[in-house]
Design a protein around this ligand. Structure first.
Ligand code: RP5
Length: 160
């Protein structure tokens, strides 16, 4: 992430990866304040054994795009909500990449989805992760159906 102030948002990605048993590192590397470290980070990512990079940043959110320009690993950008423009600046900075350097972009502050997307990417090589993702989707379906049933029961009680 681009700053320690992004940590509260980015923790959801870390938790998601941990829930799926995927090891990850959690660090601050700024495109503007520590550009040399950012380049070193991106250039050494493959040899250090990384498979996917999740990069969260806000405002002039150049971190995901710049990392993607220095590595061939898949990069997922998380637009962190900014104080002044509610995250629209972050979203556009990350999504509007030039042709040739793709960055997958999730919704503003939705680092949980970045974690899930990383698991799906890794799942192409590790079938156990895909099976775990199947179970995750099934659990979600059951939760939604249960919520729907309990709402309907509540409405019936009110009418009775
Ligand atoms: C971006 O500027 C960071 O990713 C962060 O979202 C934003 C504000 O950073 P701080 O001023 O809180 O360090 O580079």
């Amino acid at each position: 992430m681009g700053s320690v102030s992004d940590a509260p948002v980015m923790l959801a990605a870390k938790k998601m990866l941990e829930d799926f048993g995927v090891p990850c590192e959690f660090k601050v590397v700024s495109a503007h304040r520590t550009p040399d470290e950012m380049f070193r980070y991106a250039e050494s990512a493959v040899t250090r054994g990384l498979h996917v990079i999740i990069a969260g940043a806000g405002g002039a959110a150049h971190l995901p795009g710049m990392i993607a320009s220095k590595t061939s690993l898949p990069v997922i950008g998380v637009p962190v909500r900014s104080r002044t423009m509610d995250g629209l600046d972050s979203l556009l900075s990350i999504a509007q990449m030039p042709k040739g350097i793709p960055v997958a972009t999730v919704a503003v502050d939705n680092s949980a989805n970045a974690g899930l997307l990383a698991v799906r990417i890794l799942g192409a090589k590790h079938p156990a992760l895909l099976r775990e993702m199947d179970r995750y989707r099934k659990r979600m379906k059951v939760q939604v159906l249960n919520m729907s049933r309990s709402i309907q029961r509540g409405r019936k009680k009110k009418r009775a």
